[in-house]
Write a protein that binds this ligand. Structure first.
Ligand code: FAD
Length: 150
């Protein structure tokens, strides 16, 4: 049988295929030996609270093997000489767009108005410690976008 589940796990439970498999077996009352494969369809992290939660959407193969077509290897060609496309913003959306462009053989040029992610720390501590907000570098603006601190 093939089942699909939405799961909310602690990061350590979502860390490896084996840990997810054990979690599914325990949570759904399945014998772990019958689970041949767990395919992660979607993964997101909810870091809004003190306890960080990993949301997973999974397909579980119980006494079944996944179809080989489920595994699509992605090749990343050398795009250094390819036509370019400009991506505005280095948040999760922009970085993902850049990755997809590479998959399509296009050379992405990502422009970002804020600071580098390692420099954003200083501006964030100014917000919390001195209530000073740099409009170009804060929780939302800068390399990584709002996703850098989500
Ligand atoms: C405090 C907070 C907590 C969050 N927590 C979570 C969480 O726990 N889990 C979760 O899944 N999501 C969370 N989110 C939401 C998540 O961060 C956003 O959904 C995600 O960052 C959106 O990605 P994005 O690339 O569309 O936009 P953004 O992350 O906003 O990125 C846009 C980028 O574009 C840049 N930019 C903007 N204008 C220009 C310009 N004119 N030129 C060049 N660059 C520009 C910005 O500097 C920024 O880097 C949180 C958001 C916030 C604010």
């Amino acid at each position: 049988m093939i089942y699909e589940y939405q799961l909310r796990l602690l990061p350590q439970q979502a860390y490896t295929q084996d840990s997810i498999r054990e979690y599914v077996a325990h949570e759904k009352g399945l014998d772990v030996r019958t689970i041949n494969h767990v395919q992660v369809l979607k993964r997101s992290i909810d870091a809004r609270q003190r306890t960080i939660i990993v949301n997973l959407s999974v397909r579980v193969f119980v006494n079944e093997r996944p179809d080989k077509q489920d595994y699509q290897s992605i090749s990343y060609p050398d795009v250094s000489q390819s036509p370019a496309a400009i991506v505005v913003g280095a948040g999760p959306g922009g970085l993902f767009a850049a990755l997809r462009l590479i998959e399509q053989g296009v050379r992405p040029i990502v422009v970002e108005r804020g600071k580098r992610v390692d420099e954003r720390h200083r501006d964030l501590s100014l917000i919390t410690k001195e209530q000073q907000i740099n409009p170009e570098s804060n929780y939302c603006f800068g390399e990584g976008g709002a996703g850098a601190y989500s």
